[in-house]
Design a binder for this molecule. Sequence first.
Ligand code: IPD
Ligand code: CA
Ligand code: CA
Length: 265
Amino acid sequence: MEITRGFAEQVIAAVRSCKEIMLGAFTVSEKAGAFNLVTTADTSVQEHLRGMLEKILPRAWFLGEESPEYRQDGTFWVVDPIDGTSNFVRGMRLSAVSVALVDRGEEIFGVVYNPYSEELFCAAKGAGAYLNGTRIHVSGRDFAHALLFTAFSLYEKKYAPACEAVLKELYAGCDDFRRLGSAALELCYLAAGRGELYFEMRLFPWDWAAAGVIIREAGGVVGTIEGECLRHDRPVLLLAANSVENYRKLKTTVQKYVPELPYRF
Ligand code: IPD
Ligand code: CA
Ligand code: CA
């Protein structure tokens, strides 16, 4: 399927239209325990996008975080209505709407939008990656100068010790690390040259699918410890880097502490 300029503009307009909902009033409840929250804004943004995206491409089905359906057939939207919900409820202004279009197993279009900073990252397969209309590229930094984005498996804390071991080894050999609280934004920051490495133990397709195509189109590498073929019907251990060389080093370190995926779905 070809992504035309008109199609991209319609999707971007739909994503931008979520700003009003995100900046409005909302209530918070616990989705699965004290640290896995959901707000009325998450569900409102998801349903708003479902309606708009269905009109733009009626044949595509809809995979949204707040009512997931684990399949990966045909053409489908992958939506995280608010990535960085914990930041959102705390008023940190570091959260994003993430929308990807997957066709025959491959992400072909992605949009990640932070309504607070008005930064909108997007990419269509084969057409480059953009931040607010300006072409972006990954940085050329080597491992010693690399900034790592990572997290400690907050929704499955039993994996935190392995994440900490990976961080300890990577930190000794690279520049520094950040934990921003929005995987989609961290991955887009990597695409824009603001960081070089990304590791997270357990990410769902809505967290990474849009940013995945944005990183690839910006010249970076995205994959899992299992290989480069990314699945959309279960969580993955996600790795990303600005270069093949940095990706190999990252993967070697992760495999040392996580020789195989510690979960099945
Ligand atoms: C979470 C954020 C966070 C990442 C988690 C995600 P949510 O998404 O992206 O940075 O560490 O793994 O689940 O729950 O805020 O949509
Ligand atoms: Ca998310
Ligand atoms: Ca979310």
